[in-house]
Structures are given as C-alpha cells and as structure tokens.
Design a protein around this ligand. Structure first.
Ligand SMILES: [Zn+2]
Length: 309
C-alpha cells in the first residue's frame, strides 16, 4: 500500500521537506534531437541515460541560493554546425561530424555543455573560469582524471589558457588550498560579483601566487633528459640557454649573447644557474625555466631541452 501523502497528514517537519522537493519543477528532462543527423540515433541512446544521470549531480555540485530547479535541456545534433559543441540558454548544439569522428570524447563534451547550461553566467564573465569550471566538472568529477592528467604550462597567469589547464588548477585548489572554491566562484560569477579577491578570501593568497605554487609543485619531480646541452624558450622574443665548458652557460637572445651564468647545482630534476653580476638565480627544469624570488621559484618560461644524441 502507498504511504499516505503529506496532504492527508497533519503538517510535520518531514512533510515540509517533502513539499519542498515536490515544489521543484517537474520534468527536468533531456531530449536529444537527431532528426537532422539520424545516423547518431545509437549514440543518442547511449548518451541520454548518462546525461540524465549527471545533470542533477552537476546541479547539486553547483547548487547556490536561487539556482532553481533542473532545466529541461534539448540537445540538437546537426551537420550544419562545423565546430564541436556549444550551449545557448538551455539548448545544446553538437556537430554531427565531430560526434562521428570523436566517439571517445563526445559524451564528455556533452557533460561540459550541460555545465554551461547550469552556469547561465551573464555576458562578460571571466572566460577562463567559465571554461575551467566546465572542464573541471567534466574531467575531474565526471571522468575522474587524476591530477597528473592536466596540462600545467609553467608561465605567468597560465590559468588564462582556460579549459583543462584551469580545470587542473581548480582541482588542485579544491584538494588543498581552497576546498569549495568552485561553488564559490560559480555563485560569484552568476551574481556578477566575481573579482580575483575571491581567491584571497578562499585560500588566503592572491590568484597569481596560487598559480605559481601549483606549477612549481608540478615541475618538481619531473626528470631531466639525458645529455642535455641546450634549453630553448619561445616567450620574451625567444631565446636559449646553451651549455659551455667548465660549467659556463650562455643565454642567447636574437642570436646574441644576453647573459652568462655559472652552473651551481645539478640534480635529476634541475640545473641551477647563477649570474653573479646581476645576482640572478635560475632553475632549468624538465619543461620550464624558473627564477628565484624571495626564496621560492617562480616560473618564467615554458621551455624545451635539446639533448645531444
Ligand atoms: Zn565550453
């Protein structure tokens, strides 16, 4: 026999909770429209239960006062659109060629777009955070990718590369420096109240300092290639550090000698250089050059070693 409904009982606290749940808009369904790309009917049949299961999960992870209930989402697969996928309001458009050519990536891309539907940020929002949050929920939460999966360009404000770069940074903040920061960022972006100060409030440090810490931690532990002779970088007009005899290193920019360094230390992970004339210490790591500043290493350039065969 069915339980009596709350309407038939004197009001009790539990019933108030039940009324609150019933007050959510009914439906909250996802429709995948394949009329323009019927060859993807099988893909849609596979993607629909995944999206239906994950929309409420994503909504709960991003729940803030005023979020409202779950939206009804229509996903249209079309041969007309030549990109990957995009969201507009509660509609998602996916390119049929892309679904065909990237079966391994297409459900994940749909999860990313579902996050955009839930975000509903006003125009002019920080692009790197909008895409970073969408990829954080897709790769870190939905796909369960480990920390080592995410690219970490060792450059100043590298988080501005958005997408997976920003996603890895957010995952690192969530796991250590600032648990709950994604929801706080989401709430601030929705309310058009985001400023970088939020990172100071959430983690006690400015955004750029957090980024430096994140990338410095990632650089440590990566081993240098064998037989290294030259490290090139593209930033700042491009240049290279070239090893000479007796632990001398020359930094070349635009084909000319720019600075001279003495090698002061070498480990499996880094070569350290010192320019006594300018008092500058550099660390040549597996994929970056860092500068010593106030006792810690700040990424200066993303760089690539050239080793002798
Ligand atoms: Zn996106």
């Amino acid at each position: 026999m069915r339980e009596p409904s709350c309407r038939q009982l004197p009001v009790k606290p539990n019933c108030l909770a039940l009324f609150a749940v019933l007050a959510l808009p009914a439906g909250a369904g996802i429709t995948i429209d394949t009329t323009a790309a019927p060859e993807h009917a099988a893909w849609a049949a596979k993607a629909l239960p995944v999206a239906t299961e994950w929309l409420p999960r994503l909504a709960n992870l991003l729940a803030v006062p005023g979020s409202g209930g779950l939206p009804d989402v229509t996903v249209k697969i079309t041969p007309e659109y030549k990109g990957v996928a995009f969201a507009s309001g509660s509609g998602i458009t996916m390119a049929s060629a892309w679904v065909r050519d990237h079966p391994e990536d297409s459900v994940g891309a749909l999860i990313h777009e579902l996050v955009h539907v839930l975000q509903g940020y006003p125009g002019g929002s920080e692009h790197w955070l909008t895409e970073g949050i969408a990829d954080y929920l897709r790769f870190s939460v939905y796909e369960g990718k480990p920390a080592g999966y995410f690219p970490k360009p060792a450059k100043v404000q590298g988080y501005r590369d958005a997408y997976q770069v920003a996603a890895g940074f957010l995952a690192w903040l969530e796991a250590g420096e600032a648990p709950g920061v994604v929801r706080r960022l989401h709430a601030a972006l929705r309310a058009k109240k985001y400023t970088p100060e939020l990172f100071v409030k959430a983690a006690g440090k400015p955004l750029d300092d957090l980024w430096r810490e994140y990338t410095a931690a990632s650089v440590a532990g990566k081993k240098l290639p064998a037989g290294l002779t030259k490290l090139s970088y593209k930033q700042n007009g491009g240049g290279a550090f070239v090893a000479g005899a007796g632990g001398e290193w020359v930094e070349v920019q635009g084909g000319k000698e720019h600075a001279r360094f003495k090698e002061t230390a070498r480990s499996e992970e880094a070569v350290e250089l010192y320019d006594a004339a300018r008092g500058i210490r550099l660390r040549l790591g597996a994929d970056s050059v860092s500068l010593q500043r106030n006792g810690s290493w700040s990424p200066l350039y993303a760089a690539e070693w050239e080793a002798k065969p």
